[in-house]
Ligand binder design. Sequence first.
Ligand code: PEP
Length: 236
Amino acid sequence: MIIAANLKTNLTRKETNEYLKEIESFVTSKNLTQEVLVFPAMSSLDHNDTSIIVGAQNAYATRDGAFTGEIGLVHLEEFAIKTVLIGHSERRHILGETQEELVKKFNYYKELGFKIVYCVGEPLDKREAGKSEMMEYITSQYAGIDTEYENLIIAYEPVWAIGTGLTPSLEDIEDIHTALKAKSTAPILYGGSVKVTNAKEVLALKNVDGILVGSAALYGEHFCSMIAFAQELEVQ
Ligand code: PEP
């Protein structure tokens, strides 16, 4: 399974380095074979000699150039980063990234062979509008995306569940993941208020191939427990 941590705008470079060491030492000491991804804040990227996959939370579709406040390929190459998160709800809904902009990023990093974690998910009004409107909304987030890209991972993250402590029912998560499986063979992670107390039941669901964890992943020991849950489920 794929267990990913989105550290958002948290942890300095020093703290991130300590965090990565903690996670790696847990994974290696327990011989865990799960795919573990960590997305640190941009300024916390570093030359990490680690078996954990470190990715960027965002990057502009450029090698370099005049794009104030953005980072490009050269900045990722400096740290041998080959994984990028695209379309996180905070980028779509707080920072106003459009589907068109996301597609540009997707295509740029796809051409370079990056592992791409591409996020989709509905806001509350779309969920409340009923299943068909909700699925139509989520489908619109697939527009222009090569769903057969071999290094694609989809993260289904309902916007209203991110950082709120709310989650869809387990049945809903399974239903939506099953519907999304029909669109792409890519693994699908669930994200949105996953914690150490609900991770195991989410990971056990059909068509859930892993989790993307925000707030709860900031506690290294909690994130480690979630990796261990995935391992337990896989050997069952
Ligand atoms: C996220 O940021 O991708 C996320 C799922 O956040 P949280 O776990 O805090 O809801």
